[in-house]
Write a protein that binds this ligand. Structure first.
Ligand code: ATP
Length: 373
């Protein structure tokens, strides 16, 4: 068997980012040991608010270039509320990475795990398994403060720009349809819903028009539409009926947090930000300074992001062993919750970061987990 190889830039970052990154690398290494057939060359890169406090720079010299040379970037979490640039803005080098490498496809899986808290009483909530696909480089965030693009008219008005470009939107929708095909092969319905506000905004009608054009290339994928306000309602009323929801940046920012709450909380929210050349994987939560260094963080979001990364590396390198590693990790987490062996403190359980990590490593190594797929 040939061994597939990939280089991963690792940015632990700040606060719980450090703990959950180490947890993820331990689990990925356990999966590698069981599956074999793939190797990771890990390249540590220092960046974040603590690094800035020590050095005056938010990323090590050459760090961005080194990240760009890797096959993927894994990031824990960046930012600390008390450490900021002199102008008061947050330390966020990862936003530069997102722009620099055009990481337009924000993939946010939302999946219910047995025994993790469910906020909806309906038993069908146990079947929630959807992906929010959030465009991550333009939309209303085109005007985010960091870009300094807002038009400020004295003290009387501020105009922000919502940008929908054909180039990025075509690639986003094509990514969404391909993801729907991939999920369909694994048993999902193969359905993608365009979430917009096409009844009110010209930009959103354009977003939907391009969705329809791309849909014509994918006859096997079912399509649907929802205005974003209706989608918010439907995410509470019948989230189990959705597969992939594609939307602009700001809508995705809001609905992905809402959806994460449906299946527990931020400690389960994994995330990939994928461009044509590179993918960055990180838990959707922040550095959580309130619990940092106390062994309280739930590492599942990071570990599931690690699985997303392996799946991406399979597509990127053609190394199927990466995809098997991803499945093994996902099944270990699912089985751990089903058997009540994973009880993170985030959900009132008795297990800190290390105990959860150790248990997932054990589950990865057990034959019963491998037998599930
Ligand atoms: P950011 O803006 O960087 O996303 P934030 O301050 O909005 O950061 P988080 O750092 O994600 O948000 O923390 C929000 C709350 O969720 C905190 O109370 C934190 O303790 C909790 N939290 C976040 N991630 C986890 C986790 N992995 N395990 C347990 N609790 C978490």
């Amino acid at each position: 068997m040939t061994t597939a190889k990939a280089q991963v830039a690792v940015i632990e970052g700040d606060g719980i980012g450090i703990d959950v990154t180490r947890a993820t690398l331990a689990v990925v290494e356990a999966a590698r040991g069981i599956v074999g057939g793939f190797d990771l060359d890990l390249v540590p890169i220092s960046a974040g608010a603590s690094y800035y406090a020590e050095t005056g720079a938010d990323i090590q010299p050459g760090g961005e270039e080194a990240a760009g040379e890797a096959d993927a970037i894994f990031l824990g979490a960046i930012g600390l509320p008390h450490i900021r640039w002199p102008d008061g803005t947050e330390i966020s080098p990862h936003l530069r990475l997102r722009d620099r490498f055009g990481l337009y496809a924000g993939v946010r899986p939302v999946k219910a795990y047995a025994n993790a808290p469910k906020r909806l009483a309906d038993p069908r909530a146990a079947g929630i398994d959807l992906v929010i696909l959030r465009e991550s480089t333009e939309g209303l965030f085109y005007s985010a403060a960091v870009h300094k693009r807002a038009e400020v008219v004295g003290d009387s008005a501020v105009f922000e720009t919502l940008r929908i470009s054909r180039d990025v939107t075509e690639r986003l929708h094509r990514f969404g349809f391909r993801l729907a095909e991939k999920r369909k092969r694994r048993g999902s319905p193969g359905r993608i819903t365009c979430v917009d506000k096409a009844n009110v905004f010209t930009s959103m009608a354009f977003f939907r028009k391009i969705f329809d054009e791309v849909a014509a290339e994918f006859a096997d994928i079912e399509t649907g539409y929802n205005y974003v306000d209706a989608q918010a309602l439907e995410l509470i009323r019948r989230p189990w009926e959705f597969d992939i929801l594609v939307m602009e940046n700001m809508f995705g920012d809001i609905l992905s947090d809402l959806a994460a709450a449906l299946v527990g909380g931020m400690g389960m929210a994994s995330c990939g930000e994928i461009g044509d050349e590179l993918g960055l994987f990180q838990p959707a939560h922040g550095s959580a300074p309130d619990i940092a260094g106390q062994d309280k963080a739930n590492p599942c979001a990071a570990i599931l992001s690690g699985a997303l990364m392996l799946d991406y590396l399979a597509d990127r390198t053609g190394g199927e062993a990466f995809a098997t590693g991803a499945l093994l990790i996902e099944e270990a987490v699912a089985r751990g919750f089903e058997e009540n062996r994973l009880r993170p403190m985030e959900f009132g359980g008795d297990m800190g970061t290390e105990a959860v990590t150790r248990t997932i490593v054990d589950l990865v190594g057990e034959r019963e987990t491998r037998a599930r797929f």
